[in-house]
Ligand binder design. Structure first.
Ligand code: BES
Ligand code: MN
Ligand code: MN
Length: 463
């Protein structure tokens, strides 16, 4: 057994327990009630980087939650890796659907994780994956095998759209200068088949409000004679897809770059079982845009989905009422070369246009982000693939993901460097859902694979 494997073997209980401590702090960035917990988590991340042997660790204030920054500098002739991750997490609700409390981590075995998995909000997204980098750094510093310079930048607002990150990156270009950005905040195909994420979708997120009469009305006295904003909203939303599940907003697909047949054939080679997919979600049939496979629908094609819809009476029993207002939150996932601001405008124009005169409509844009596709002919990708091949015994497959990490495109524009997305999560880890978990196998494999990336990247860089 090599030093790295031995180190992980000897320290794995401590690695797991330290992560569990971090997961106990409810760092929900979306909810102001958890402000102290978010700040406490930033402190905990700072302390963990210091303990790992990082120099110049600091809490950098921003207009929002702080960014934890640290670095270990060896030699300016050597490359510099910038590690990005986030210490904030999604809200835990609906909390009733958790088998154990979201911020009281427990280890349980599952079919996919026979070695056990840690169940807690943030276990996979992203505390568990972020902390692998801290432990990998600890190993390299403690064993004098850190082959290059490293910078850490861990933010606390990723789950709310990274509102302060552009502000921070623009003001700290020199500090953040790097040769490659390394991120573990995505997934892989399975524990037997690693993959490297080569694309992320962009995002346009809007909230709509439909107003009918100026007050809630008796649904008997007024029903049938005035527009019901909830009925109207439902109709408008339904009209946003046609019978083939294409999105009907004029111009929506104008900038979409279609994949070539060769690229689609290549994509279809990735192992995937539709039967298992349906079984895991307990659905009789998949559903989506005509002419595309499930894996195409969830990665290389743009989408429009209602994320929440409300209005009227939703309490116990029945109340006969026509509400004055109805609301929905709608996300559109984007692919190259769609532009989030343009798509938001197209949506707004269209949505206002299709509204009948009987209602008023407002569209409020939330956060957005650009899509991203990374090339695979660079040393970052090659080094990552070599590292995975060594720890998993098989090469990694490039795979475009459907999720979004909007800062990746921002990093490329502002810092002119490419991001390598070395994710170790699985789709079944239930990120953003009740019972989120992260396999101990995945956690330890990540800690094992990361130092190999450093090693091979530095070798290829200096050659
Ligand atoms: N880590 C996820 C994104 C992700 C997960 C990408 C799995 C690929 C595979 C990230 O924390 C996230 O949830 N991003 C948000 C976007 C953000 C603007 C709120 C998302 O994708 O919904
Ligand atoms: Mn994440
Ligand atoms: Mn997330």
């Amino acid at each position: 057994m090599n030093n790295l494997k031995k180190y992980i073997q000897n320290n794995k209980d401590r690695f797991v327990n330290e992560l569990i401590d971090l997961l106990k702090i409810p760092s929900i960035s979306a909810d102001a009630n958890y402000k102290d917990a978010v700040l406490k988590t930033a402190d905990a991340v700072k302390t963990s980087l210091e303990k790992a042997g990082c120099d110049a660790v600091e809490i950098c204030e921003t207009p929002g939650y702080p960014i934890v920054y640290g670095e270990k500098f060896i030699d300016k002739k050597l490359p510099t890796i910038l590690v990005y991750g986030h210490y904030d997490v999604q809200p835990a609700d609906p909390i009733d659907l958790w088998d154990s409390p979201a911020f009281e981590p427990v280890i349980k075995k599952t079919e996919i994780h026979p070695e056990g998995a840690i169940f807690a909000r943030g276990a996979c997204d992203d505390k568990g994956q972020m902390y692998m980098h801290v432990k990998a750094l600890e190993f390299m510093i403690q064993n004098n095998t850190l082959p290059c310079n490293v910078k850490f930048m861990i933010e606390g607002e990723e789950e709310i759209g990274s509102p302060s990150l552009e502000w921070f990156v623009k003001r700290n270009q020199e500090k953040l200068k790097n040769d490659v950005i390394l991120i573990s905040d995505t997934g892989m195909i399975s524990n037997q088949q690693p993959s490297i994420t080569t694309g992320l979708r962009g995002l346009s997120y809007v909230e709509v409000e439909v107003t009918g009469p100026n007050r809630d009305l008796h649904s008997g006295l007024y029903g049938g004679a005035v527009a019901n904003p909830i009925n109207i909203l439902a109709k408008m939303i339904a009209s946003l897809h046609d019978e083939n599940n294409h999105i009907t907003i004029p111009g929506f697909y104008d900038k979409v770059i279609d994949l070539t047949d060769a690229e689609r054939t290549e994509m279809a080679k990735a192992p995937f079982s539709l039967e298992n997919y349906k079984k895991a979600l307990d659905i009789a049939e998949v559903y989506g845009e005509k002419g595309y496979t499930t894996n195409e629908r969830n990665s290389i094609r743009p989408t429009l989905d209602v994320n929440g819809i409300w209005g009227g009476y939703t309490g116990e029993g029945a109340k006969t009422v026509i509400a004055s207002k109805a609301y929905a939150k709608i996300s559109m996932r984007l692919v190259p070369d769609q532009n989030p601001d343009e798509i938001t405008n197209l949506f707004k124009e269209h949505f206002e246009k299709i509204a009948p005169n009987a209602v008023k409509v407002t569209v409020k844009p939330h956060h957005g982000g650009f899509p991203y596709v990374t090339p695979i002919d660079n040393i970052g990708y090659k080094a990552a693939n070599k590292a995975y091949t060594e720890t998993f015994g098989v090469p990694a497959i490039p795979q475009r993901s459907g999720g979004s990490i909007p800062i990746v495109a921002l990093f490329e524009n502002e810092l002119k460097s490419k991001s390598i997305l070395m994710g170790f999560g699985l789709d079944s880890d239930a990120i953003h859902s009740p019972n989120e978990h992260y396999g101990i196998f995945n956690y330890l494999k990540g800690i094992e694979t990361i130092p190999l990336f450093y090693k091979y990247y530095t070798q290829m860089f200096t050659k």
